[in-house]
Design a protein around this ligand. Structure first.
Ligand code: ADP
Length: 155
């Protein structure tokens, strides 16, 4: 049976932690879709097009799309078998648990949780934006292919 997995997220910007989850997810799914969530009510540093370009640079063999609305609608449209999310810490658990329950109830879709590697469990896009703002070193946090694109935002 063909397993299609969707990894949804904000990716503002993608980090080494995201990339680790993408690599692990590719081993589980026959086909992985990375879904960039467009949230008009939330201000993003990067546009959906820039996020797509960055994700293509670090995971060129993956289907990458931007979407707006409920993830269960995208899952139905793509005939996805499951959603994939990463878990970094205990504090990730509660909101992720709630979202997974809601998606299961509304769309009948399961969420698979992959544990963050301990090297990346402290990483978030917010942290990366902060380091970049203060012109700190980014090489331990983001894939080198996208470092220049992040730097460009803080000339
Ligand atoms: P969202 O706003 O949907 O949480 P994010 O881009 O912040 O979007 O995260 C997308 C997914 O990637 C989430 O499941 C999150 O837990 C996971 N994730 C984020 N950072 C890391 C990391 N450092 N290690 C593992 N998973 C991560």
């Amino acid at each position: 049976m063909e397993h299609i997995g969707i990894f949804p997220g904000t990716f503002d910007p993608p980090t080494l932690g995201h990339l680790d989850i993408i690599r692990k997810a590719k081993k589980i799914c026959n086909h992985l879709i990375i879904a960039i969530a467009i949230k008009p009510d939330k201000k993003s540093l990067f546009s959906p097009e820039e996020k797509k370009e960055m994700l293509q640079k670090i995971s060129s063999d993956t289907d990458i799309i931007a979407f707006q609305g409920l993830i269960i609608e995208l899952a139905k449209q793509k005939k996805a078998s499951f959603l994939i999310r990463g878990l970094r810490s205990e504090s990730d658990f509660e909101p992720e648990f709630q979202m997974a329950q809601a998606n299961k109830r509304m769309g009948g879709i399961e969420t698979l949780f992959l544990m963050a590697d301990e090297r990346y469990s402290h990483m978030s896009s917010t942290l990366i934006r902060e380091i970049a703002y203060f012109k700190g070193p980014l090489h331990d946090f983001v894939p080198k292919e996208i470092e220049a694109m992040i730097r460009k935002k803080f000339p």
